[in-house]
Design a protein around this ligand. Structure first.
Ligand SMILES: NC(=O)C1=CN([C@@H]2O[C@H](COP(=O)(O)OP(=O)(O)OC[C@H]3O[C@@H](n4cnc5c(N)ncnc54)[C@H](O)[C@@H]3O)[C@@H](O)[C@H]2O)C=CC1
Ligand SMILES: O=C(O)CCC(=O)C(=O)O
Length: 487
């Protein structure tokens, strides 16, 4: 057993209140996707035995943690928020170097993590149940809530602070203990979040982190008989498998998966606003958000003007190392992700007309990173692969429609239903969109990305397990309702 003595970017597993090396003696080394010469840090390549130790610790700790008052649990989260806030710049820099999003975005995400911790800290003081009139006049009937117990938290790399925090903070405040398995690509940044929770003094065993391959540690969590609930964000393929595994053994699960999010630009839209929001929603974070805009559905009478404005602005985007001032868009997270994006771009060239971008960037600034040019396609039809499949890259597909009805029909013509936007100044069009759009998040005159921590977040159709995260909605997953009858 080794002890982590100083703040560094080399992380051990965190199990039962201690930093411990994996029994495999193997590590995963993370490099900067903007410059692969830059080694960002290391995490453990753990085994099932490490996972079993973490689950055992979480199981032992759950009774005492659950028996604390919500207010007492909240105090730990307030403290963790202060610590994370004091380390905002260090955490953000690590995030940018580890997964590529720009430093201002990474700072914003870290601040969001702080705000989420504070929001759920406050939840510890809010009501958990209702009094319901019994048909027996001498009885008192009410609901209360019980934690699930041990929750397995499996997170992706695209929001290395916000997603682990928006799953962990509600799990803890409602009395659960956790075992967190972050995506390897961003596990060093996540280790820093874990340090903040540790420094806040959360009792041993309540929070645990085990890093390693998804197929071993993630699958191991899903299968583990002592893990009572699993919360997951990531790809559809992995998510569905986790859901089936959890269901087969009767565990609760929550899945947030892909998106193929449309923006509709109506003929009466403020076109400059729509252009800016399409770029921001589609290309920020290099398009690596499940809420990213990827299908741009434009009414024919403004199509050419919108297209011209959009392409002119996309061409101005500065791509580079996210730590460099003036960089608007960083690299893809990894070589695998870059290759996926490039293969969709090749497909797009067969399916439509390339308007700009469409290539891996070359030249001195780019040669050691995974950079792709922001790309826009024209003449894309709804059955095209790039109009149907989640790309997770900076690629926009333009589609032309004659009227709003056709626009909404097209917007709904995908298997996903996470987020959708419309740009219009017409109230009737807004209302039709709100009514008819099959998405968990519908946004009017605002980009498709951008989730507020106090509001429910989740998708329809194949985008989620039909559950919601964040805000008060988190309570539904992280607790079970108990109906109490007293006479
Ligand atoms: N909805 C979202 O926010 C995200 C969607 N994605 C989508 O997924 C694609 C692939 O990205 P990946 O990082 O490979 O996503 P992924 O779904 O493989 O990874 C997400 C998490 O699940 C874990 N995992 C992987 N295999 C597992 C398994 N068999 N059992 C349990 N856990 C497992 C990973 O280690 C990671 O912690 C992206 O191109 C994108 O389309 C990726 C990340 C986030
Ligand atoms: O748009 C956001 O802020 C959150 C997106 C998200 O949850 C994701 O990409 O996994």
């Amino acid at each position: 057993m080794a002890v982590q003595t100083e703040k560094s970017n080399r992380f051990l597993n965190f199990i039962n209140g201690e930093w411990v090396a994996s029994d495999t003696n193997e590590v995963i080394t993370n490099r900067n996707p903007a410059n692969t010469d830059d080694v960002v840090g290391q995490v453990q390549k753990s085994s099932l035995e490490d996972l079993n130790n973490a689950v055992a610790a979480a199981k032992t700790a759950k009774k005492e943690w659950k028996n604390l008052s919500g207010a007492a649990r909240g105090q730990y989260l307030f403290k963790a928020a202060d610590i994370l806030e004091s380390r905002q710049e260090e955490v953000a820099e690590c995030m940018t170097r580890e997964m590529g999003k720009t430093y201002p975005e990474a700072k914003g995400e870290t601040a969001r993590g702080v705000a989420i911790l504070r929001y759920y800290a406050g939840e510890g003081m809010r009501k958990v149940g209702d009094v319901i009139p019994s048909s027996d006049s001498e009885a008192l009937m009410f609901t209360t809530r019980a934690p699930l117990g041990v929750v397995g938290v499996i997170t992706p790399w695209n929001f290395p602070v916000a997603i682990p925090v928006w799953k962990t903070a509600p799990a803890l405040i409602y009395g659960n203990t956790i075992v967190l398995k972050p995506a390897s690509e961003a596990a060093v940044t996540c280790g820093k979040v874990m340090e903040c929770l540790q420094e806040a003094g959360i009792p041993a065993g309540v929070i645990n982190m085990v890093t390693g391959p998804g197929s071993v540690i993630g699958q191991g969590l899903a299968e583990h008989p002592d893990v009572n609930g699993i919360t997951f964000t990531g790809s559809n393929k992995v998510g569905k498998n986790i859901g089936q595994t959890a269901l087969a053994r009767g565990a609760k699960y929550q899945l947030e998966m892909g998106g193929k999010n449309p923006v509709i630009v109506a003929s009466d839209a403020d076109l400059d606003l729509a252009v800016d929001a399409t770029i921001s929603g589609g290309l920020k974070s290099t398009g690596q958000k499940c809420t990213a805009t990827s299908r741009v559905i434009v009414q024919s009478d403004v199509y050419e003007t919108f297209k011209e404005k959009l392409v002119a602005k996309v061409k101005e985007i500065s791509v580079g190392d996210g730590m460099k001032e003036g960089t608007w868009m960083g690299p893809s997270v990894s070589e695998t992700q870059l290759n996926t994006v490039l293969s969709y771009i090749e497909k797009g060239k067969e399916e439509g007309t390339l308007l700009c971008g469409g290539e891996k960037l070359s030249g001195e600034e780019y040669e050691k990173g995974y950079f792709v040019a922001p790309t826009v396609f024209d003449d894309i039809t709804t059955d095209a692969t790039i109009a149907q499949e989640e790309i997770f890259g900076p690629v926009l597909a333009l589609m032309k429609v004659d009227d709003l009805e056709e626009a909404i029909e097209l917007a709904n013509d995908v298997e996903y239903g996470l987020s959708a936007s419309i740009f219009t100044t017409n109230i009737q069009k807004m209302l039709s969109f709100i009514d008819d759009m099959d998405a968990g998040l519908v946004r009017i005159n605002a980009e498709s990305a951008g989730v507020e921590l106090q509001a429910p977040f989740g998708g329809m159709k194949q985008s989620s397990s039909h559950s919601r995260e964040q805000g008060e909605a988190a309570k539904e997953f992280f607790t079970s309702i108990k109906t109490v009858f007293v006479k």
